[in-house]
Design a protein around this ligand. Structure first.
Ligand code: ATP
Ligand code: FE2
Length: 315
């Protein structure tokens, strides 16, 4: 069976094509970016409309398949930006009608987790999902995803992007912050772990104040990474200890960060656990993960259209 997956919940429009054995035949995407400002919903909608046919064509070409080979179309039904979700849904509905393929609407965070588990051939991992909107430590227990800890306010990626906007880095800021951090030294920032949860908005306010006082971008980027990644590592370690998980997989765009990976790697090594991540093309928003989740859920999805507030623990 060959599955076509379509991602469009936020900045990225992507089409992935995978087999039922988990082989990625194509994973093509195009993301809305800016040089200095943030992400504007109207521009995201325009972006998705503009690139959709081109991305589809490139994916079919790269996978060397035609619509005749595709069994189902899987798409990201939510959560996400409402205007982006409806725009994407109209696009996949059109393809579904045109080529007579069943539509399977799936949960975007669940797709991030499933691709991480499949790619690394894991049994029963603890998931650390750190992207733009989300910062969650998740395990699967008793037929359900359980959120063991999460951000109480904004996601770590969004916090990095907001700080990046303050210092003029453009969107997304994560990779540029990682680069600047290489030349920075540590200054103390608030460390905000509350039970199993974390909070980033106070740190963001503090770091914006320090920037206004003239502290260097490099020092701020370094200290921001050290503090926030340590907070996430602390709650992840506690979740692993509590649930007795021996595998950790990091998914979501912030998972591209090398310093973050090395901190988590060290923590896992210290407790005799395995640390895994996925290549950036599968960690960030992409169509291949949507296709794989659609394959797993091919017999479940009803007529859900879109759901902009769909939480992982409803799965
Ligand atoms: P969600 O899954 O919550 O809907 P999303 O769709 O915005 O989030 P992703 O594509 O998974 O997310 O991740 C995007 C985020 O990853 C952005 O906030 C970006 O700044 C961050 N990011 C990308 N590369 C790096 C990096 N090297 N270091 C830190 N953060 C990074
Ligand atoms: Fe995502």
């Amino acid at each position: 069976m060959i599955i076509l997956g379509v991602e469009f919940t936020a900045h990225t429009f992507g089409v992935g094509i995978v087999t039922d054995k988990g082989k990625v035949l194509a994973n093509i995407y195009d993301s809305y970016t800016t040089d200095s400002g943030g992400m504007l919903p109207d521009d995201v909608v325009e972006h998705h409309k503009e690139v959709s046919e081109k991305i589809l064509g490139r994916a079919l070409q790269e996978a060397e398949v035609t619509w005749d080979d595709i069994s189902i179309i899987s798409y990201s039904a939510g959560p996400g930006l409402d205007p982006a979700l409806w725009t994407g849904y109209e696009i996949v509905k059109k393809w579904s009608a045109e080529y007579a393929k069943k539509l399977v609407g799936i949960n975007h965070p669940a797709a991030h987790l499933s691709i991480g588990k499949m790619w690394n051939k894991l049994q029963d991992p603890c998931y650390l999902y750190v992207s733009g909107v989300n910062t969650q430590v998740i395990v699967f227990e008793g037929d359900k995803y359980r959120v063991m800890g999460e951000t109480l306010d904004i996601g770590l990626g969004n916090m990095l992007d907001k700080f990046g906007r303050t210092i003029g880095l453009g969107f997304p800021a994560g990779p540029k912050i990682e680069e600047l951090a290489l030349k920075g030294k540590y200054i103390a920032l608030p460390y905000s772990v509350k039970g199993m949860d974390v909070s980033f908005s106070g740190i963001l306010t503090k770091i914006q104040q320090l920037f206004a006082k003239g502290i260097s971008k490099e020092d701020l980027c370094f200290s921001l990474q050290e503090t926030c990644f340590a907070m996430a590592t602390e709650v992840t370690e506690r979740a692993m200890a509590h649930t007795n998980k021996k595998e950790l997989v990091l998914v979501g765009g912030v998972g591209a960060n090398k310093r973050f990976c090395s901190m988590l790697q060290q923590m896992c090594k210290d407790r005799g656990a395995v640390f895994c991540n996925v290549p950036m093309s599968l960690a960030r928003d992409n169509g291949a993960m949507i296709a794989w989740e659609g394959y797993l859920r091919r017999n479940e999805s009803g007529d859900i259209k879109v759901n902009s507030h769909w939480r992982i623990d409803e799965i």
